[in-house]
Write a protein of this length. Sequence first.
Length: 357
Amino acid sequence: MPIQKGPLTFSLFRPAREAPAPPDPEVLTDRLRSFSFREALSRSEEKTIGWTGLEDILDRDFSRYPPMRGHLALFCLRIDRKQVSPALLRFRTLEAQRRFREEKLQERLSRHQQGLLKETVREELLAGAPAVPALYEACWFLPEKRVLFCTHTDKICDDFTLLFRDTFSTVLEPYSPWDEAAAALGPEGPAPFTLGREFLTWLWFKSEERAGSITLDRKEEVELAFIRRVVLEGGQGDYAETVVCHGLNAELKEGREALRRGKKIREARLSLKQDADAWEFTFKADRFRFQSMKLPADADEDANEKDEAGRLLERIHLAERAVSVMERLFALFFAIRKTPAWTAEEIPRMTRWLKPE
């Protein structure tokens, strides 16, 4: 289970501006129960979806572990799917068509008859196929109005936001700090995803300006390094060109050459340190997503040394800290990006940084 153990991959959402206030703990639990996972009513049902407990995946009524943990609501999305092999469906449909022609003494079948037979065969195969369960953890930070959901898969995210809307009467929107920033720059400014790529490109420059040390404010600094992998992209649509660079350290010379040719960084593997804590994760700039995040070592202590509930909350807190640092780094970037100093001072400094030695 990603939130409870191992690297974390997650997307971030936030309620729409017109969303109602979060429900109180008792109401929230009741709503989760109302939309909790239940077995499929029909054996041929392809997908079954509902909520279940995060700490006990068999707890569909949230009786063993209440979902509320202080200001956090913790729960899981369970999706059971049945799949039919296309090759098997085609083979069995051909068999059914032959039998039908022989029984009805027909030389050919109409398109309508073919479609009905195919759907009948498909339902029969689904009825005999096992349902494969999948679990996706969610953490709702109620005061911060933010939801962490453990996947990047768009179809699963769509299922999640639809069920969340039905459960809590709340529409979720993908979250990234560049959305509001792009709106502040006006219609002549860059698109949000372009702003995210500019930020990540600027972050590489800042990570090397002072040997990885970046000042957040007068009392706080972080250490940031680009490690092992950088993905850059230039152009749009059919003319987009992607460059993937691998390296053992922050040099990644092919990446710097791609930057000189005008490409921007779409994603990168980052090492982040603050005080005694260290994170490592792949950051996806287009949509402010985090992949394969390794948390500081203290979060992975043996369960015997720390109670499970405390360990779970600590891991969530550490993941949220990494998100917060990236938001604060973006705030530093945008404070420059929205002023004339961006073109007058920052871009020339970055150009000098990119010059071959």
